[in-house]
Design a protein around this ligand. Structure first.
Ligand code: VGL
Ligand code: ZN
Length: 202
């Protein structure tokens, strides 16, 4: 059993990020057995769920003429446009059917405001609007986070970087994650995590 101040944070292991999904991450489903096994060892388990309204501003189709995987300027900075994914209540937004959800103590949803995306489990993409997860973790006495899930270079990396900035000790288990890898994003986000003191372990 891990120490009582350690939490497992399972990021966005949802159908749309798995093979066959709207924003499929290669091998996204391969990480499920390991994640299920990891849950056994933690006294705090949190799952996150990307949870967008149908007209979310991160969807390419919300911006007439814009291509998926291009970037637009939003009031909070640059935003990559994605294929429509993880629409609230859809099958794509559901957890992969093999992910164990019973051991989860908290399921936190993010990206539910139409005008702003939220890659991170802790802050929306303005890096300032909190999701509430920090308060939950601190009030449970959690100081150390182990992160796994999808995608390494987006929601996992943003979560890890925010958590490190808040002073949590953060470990990312890279082999229990899979990446989108858009224009070198995987290498650059692995570098950013290392530089921020995030421990990267297999
Ligand atoms: C994610 C892109 C858009 C992720 C979520 O979970 O990494 N990536 N929405
Ligand atoms: Zn999303």
């Amino acid at each position: 059993m891990r120490a009582p101040d350690e939490a497992l944070i399972v990021i966005d292991v949802q159908n749309d990020f798995c093979p066959g999904g709207a924003l499929a991450v290669a091998g996204g489903d391969e990480i499920v057995p390991r994640i299920n096994a990891l849950m056994e060892g933690f006294s705090c388990v949190v799952l996150t769920q990307d949870w967008h309204p149908g007209d979310h501003s991160s969807f390419a189709e919300t911006h007439p003429g814009a291509a998926a995987f291009s970037q637009v300027d939003m009031p909070y900075g640059k935003q990559t446009l994605w294929p429509r994914h993880c629409v609230q209540g859809s099958t794509g937004a559901a957890f992969h059917p093999d992910v164990r959800t019973d051991p989860a103590h908290l399921i936190i949803r993010k990206g539910f405001r139409a005008g702003i995306d939220s890659y991170s489990a802790l802050f929306e993409n303005d890096r300032a609007t909190p999701t509430g997860l920090e308060g939950y973790l601190r009030s449970r006495g959690i100081g150390r986070l182990v992160m796994v899930g999808l995608a390494t270079d987006y929601c996992v990396a943003y979560s890890a970087l925010d958590a490190a900035r808040l002073g949590f000790a953060v470990t990312v288990l890279t082999e229990a994650c899979r990446a989108i890898d858009l224009n070198g994003s995987l290498a650059s986000q692995l570098g950013a995590m290392r530089a921020a003191g995030v421990q990267l372990l297999p």
